[in-house]
Design a protein around this ligand. Sequence first.
Ligand SMILES: Cc1cc2nc3c(=O)[nH]c(=O)nc-3n(C[C@H](O)[C@H](O)[C@H](O)COP(=O)(O)O)c2cc1C
Length: 430
Amino acid sequence: MQPNSLQPNSLQPKRILLIVGGGIAAYKVLDLCRLIRRKGLLVRAVMTKTAGEFVTPLSLGSVTGDKVYGELFSLTDEAEMGHIELSRDADLVVVAPATANLLAKMAHGLADDLATTLLLATDKKVLAAPAMNLRMWAHPATRRNVERLTADGVTFIGPASGSMACGEFGVGRLAEPPAILAAIETMLSGDTLIPLPDGAWADAGDSGRRPLSGRHVIVTSGPTHEPIDPVRYIANRSSGKQGHAIAAAAAAAGARVTLVSGPVALPDPFGVTTVHVETAREMQDAVDRAMPCDIFIGAAAVADWRTGDVAGQKLKKGHGNPSELTLVENPDILAGVARRTVARPRLVVGFAAETTDVLAHAKAKLARKGCDLIVANDVSTSGETPGGVMGQATNTVHLIDRDGIESWPTMGKEAIAERLVARLAAMLAK
Ligand SMILES: Cc1cc2nc3c(=O)[nH]c(=O)nc-3n(C[C@H](O)[C@H](O)[C@H](O)COP(=O)(O)O)c2cc1C
């Protein structure tokens, strides 16, 4: 079961106190508030003074449908509701974006504005969604503060990895609003979550019992984009749905999961460390950095070729012949992992997306790549669905290993993910 699965209306009366910090990602809390309210939850926002530089109380108030609080010494606020009451009149306190400054103040018990006073006065669980430049996040001071806050019982969601507003690439992006919402639902449902290294989570109560507890699983997902020039690229139709579902299922099974994702229109799965990449070579680098692992699942549709010579400027019509694009082969990430002589994962699983002779090609791929299991699916078009299963909610797969072929009925991609993860856990346990 996913850690965030809840009946849609079971949380109706619950209240969220949202503390908005002054970071570039503050605008994303507008989306978060919409998602929270769509679930039937109530949300009341408090902004730091700096947050007002990034998002207006007016826009925040219009998505929360409530007054937005900001001043500690506002007589009206104190007359209507004192700061202690404001901090207690919530079922959960969420800090998003949690700036480096807010984390430092929280870790040291400072209370020099309304937001930090509420955080010190609250007797409720606190969920923090940090967002900051990667160097601020990696700074020993922030590391110490996060460690202290974790020991104090604060739960963290994210930060995620990817490109940042400052133009750099790394860990520090605000977790996507759907992932924050999933964390909110999990905490409101009463489940206790404890952070594991790299932002993955496990239930505090049963971490010893889940089938992949203590294991590290790396999953690749989505397509890769191989640039032709600054605006064009070679891509494929992979949506990332199957790979993301597998990453979520592995996390739900207790694993620490690193998801290396090409460009997709999906939220980062809850409880998973997601590394965003564009090209096959970036994907390979990210996989190498995330190693070692117990299970590697290569579900990404990695482009076989990239352009030999990426144009620095946009190619213009009439200048050069596009049919003369030179293509060079991309690294074979799956074979590279399967053929490692040092620290090879116990299980290496590849995906074969074929349009003809699915099983024959998949068997050949198993031998060629040296992996332990191939999940083969037929991605040929049916006429109605260009791209076949790509982007669809269901999939029909065949599992091929050295002992034979097992064909599964057509199922939802989540169901396939759960069954595959259970199967891999059983194989590891042997
Ligand atoms: C354009 C700009 C963007 C910023 N983005 C962030 C950010 O994403 N995360 C962060 O921790 N600080 C960021 N800062 C710095 C904070 O705004 C600053 O530390 C401030 O004191 C935070 O106040 P608060 O924690 O009370 O909201 C940014 C500053 C500027 C000028």
